[in-house]
Design a protein around this ligand. Sequence first.
Ligand code: PRX
Length: 651
Amino acid sequence: MAEATSHEILSFSHEGRVFPPPPEFQKKAHIRSLEEYRALYAEAANDPDAFWGARAREELYWKTPFHTVLDWKPPHAQWFLGGTTNLCYNALDRHLPKYAEKTAILFEGEPGDVRKITYRQLHADVCRLANGLKSLGVKKGDRVGIYLPMVPEAAVAMLACARIGAVHSVVFGGFSSEAVRERMNDAGAKVLLTADGGWRKGGVVPLKANVDAALPHMPSVEKVVVLQRTKNPIQLGPKDVAWEKLVEAQSPTCEPEWVDSEHPLFILYTSGSTGKPKGVLHTTAGYAVYVSLTTRWVFDLKDDDVYWCTADVGWVTGHSYVVYGPLMNHATSFLYEGAPTTPGPDRFWDNIERHKVTILYTAPTAIRAFMRTGDEHPKKHDMRSLRLLGTVGEPINPEAWMWYRDVIGGGRCPIVDTWWQTETGGILVSPLPGATPTKPGSATLPLPGIFLKVLGKDGKEVPPGQGGKLFLAKPWPALLRTVYGDPERYVKTYFSEVPGLYFTGDGARIDADGYLWVMGRVDDVVNVAGHRLGTAEVESALVSEGRVAEAAVVGRPDELKGTALVAFVTLKKGVESSAELKAQLSAHVIKEIGAIARPDEIRFADALPKTRSGKIMRRLLRDVAAGVRTTGDTTTLEDLNVLAKLRGDEE
Ligand code: PRX
C-alpha cells in the first residue's frame, strides 16, 4: 500500500511518515475508525466505572457478579469487588461448547516435533495437573514455581494453578540456579515444576540440574515435579515427582476454585533500579478483563487466526499474550520452543510458512538481528499468510520498523508497536489496526481507559513534543497490586515520584497528534535486547565474586541490542587486572543471574568518579561508555583525575 502523506490524513501534523490502517482492517477490525476509538476513549474518560463495568461483564464469566467496579484509595486499587470468577474457566471451559475441537496450542519444538492441542485436550491436561497439584498438598493461595522450557506444559502449569487458586511464579528458563533460588525463596513456593531440560540451539538447557543445585537452599519447596522433555538423563531425588506419573492416574475433570476478583493470580519477578528483582503481584479479575480485551483490540483476533507471540512464558508478554489473552479469546496460540537461528537463520520464517501464521508479535532486537542477517532468508519463504505484525519490549527504530513492514509484512500488514510493562499487566499504548494511522517508531495512542502524562523536571506537564517522565494518571484493571512481601516498595517505586500518579520509569514525549514516543528508561533499569535488568543487580553480582571492590554498571547505546551493558570495576588491593579475570567475572555474573546479564564490556578503573557526597556519577560513566565527551557539569567530582583515567583508558 502506498505511503500516505500528511495531507491525506486530515488533522495529522505529520512527523515522519504516516501509514493509514489498511482498508480490510477498516472494514473488519474490532475497532474500525479513529472516530470509534475516540468515542470509546471519551466513554472511558467520562464514566470509568460504567466503562470498565460493562467491559468486565462482556469479557468474563462471573460465578458471582461484582457489586463495585473500583475502589481507588491511591495508591491502592481494587477492582470488581464482590465478584467471583476463575481465569482458567474463562480460558478453557467457557469455550468447550463451541470450540472443543479447535487447536488451542500449536506447538513446535526446536528439533521439529509438532503437537496440536485442542481446547478439549488442553482442558483435560490442565485438570489432570490441577488434581495432581492438589494431591501434593497445594491449596488455594499457595505459591507454585514454574521453571520450564517453552513447551505446552508451561501453559498447562499456569492454567492448572489458576484453576485451583494457587499463585504461580514463572522463572524464565534462561535464568540461573541462583536466580531460581532467590525467586522461589521470596515467593515461598511450595512446589516447583521443571523439566529434564529444554532444547536451545541444538543443546539441552539443564533446568533440572539448576533446580538440584538450588534445592538444598529452598526450604519452602516440598516437591519438584519433573517433566520429561529431552530425555536428558537425570535422577529423581526424594523430593522429585515425575510429571507423567503425577498426572496419569488423575481425573480429567476438576471443579474450578471460584475466587474473589482480587485473589492473587501470579507473582512475576522483574528488575528495578535498586536491590533485588521485585515480585510484581497481579490479581485475578482485573488482569483477566484487561488482557482479554486488549488481545482482541490490538491483535484483532479472528476465529481462523494462527497467532504467534515469540516471547517466552517467563516474561509478562508470555503470560498475557501467549497464554491468557489468546486463550480467553479462543484463539490458536503458536508456541515455539527454541532459538530463532536453529537450524538456520530462517527458522522463524520457515515456522510462519509451514504453520500459516497470520499474526506475528516479536521484539525489536529480534527484528534488528534478522535485518542484519539479510533479506534473502525471509525472501525464501512464502509468508503471505501474515496479516498483522506487532512489536514489544523496547523502542523500535524507524529503520527496523520499515524493514519489518516491507520485508516481513510484504508492505500490507499493519504494525502494532505496543508499549507496556510487567507492572501494567497488559498493553497500554498501541495502534488499533483498523483505526490508528501509524508512524514508524511511535507506539501511537493510549488505549481507552489509559491516561498518559509527561511531566518535566518541575513536575508540570510539558508542551507537546517536549520530553519528560512518563506517568499514568488513573488506575486501570491490570495495574499491579503490590510488590509481593514488600508493600512499601510498591508505594515508593511507583507512587512517590508524584503522589497519586503511577510512575513508569520511562522517559517519553507526546507529539502534537497525541502520539507517544518512548525514549527509554530514566531510572537505573536497562533494557538489554528487550530484557529488563537492574544495573544494581549486575553490580552486586560482580562484587559477590570476591575480588571486586566496587562496580558501576551502565548502559551504552547498541545498534543490535538497543542497550549494551558496560561494567566499570575497581579491584580489591593486591588483585591484578587481566583478560582472564574479565572472563571469570563475566562467568560469575552468568552464574548469579543468567546469560542475559553478561556484561558486553568490563573496564577496570583505579577509582570510580564520585560526587563529594560519595555517589557514583553514572551520567559521566554513561558518557565514557558511549565514547561521548562529557559536557555536563563535573565540578562536583571528587577527583577529576578519575574521569581522566577512565577516558585515557578508552582513547
Ligand atoms: O522501557 C519500556 C520498555 O520496556 C519496559 C518494560 O519492560 P518489562 O517490564 O520487561 O516489559 C516488557 C514487555 C511488556 C518499559 O518500561 N518497553 C516496552 N515496550 C516498549 C518499550 N519501550 C518502547 N516501546 C515499546 N513498545
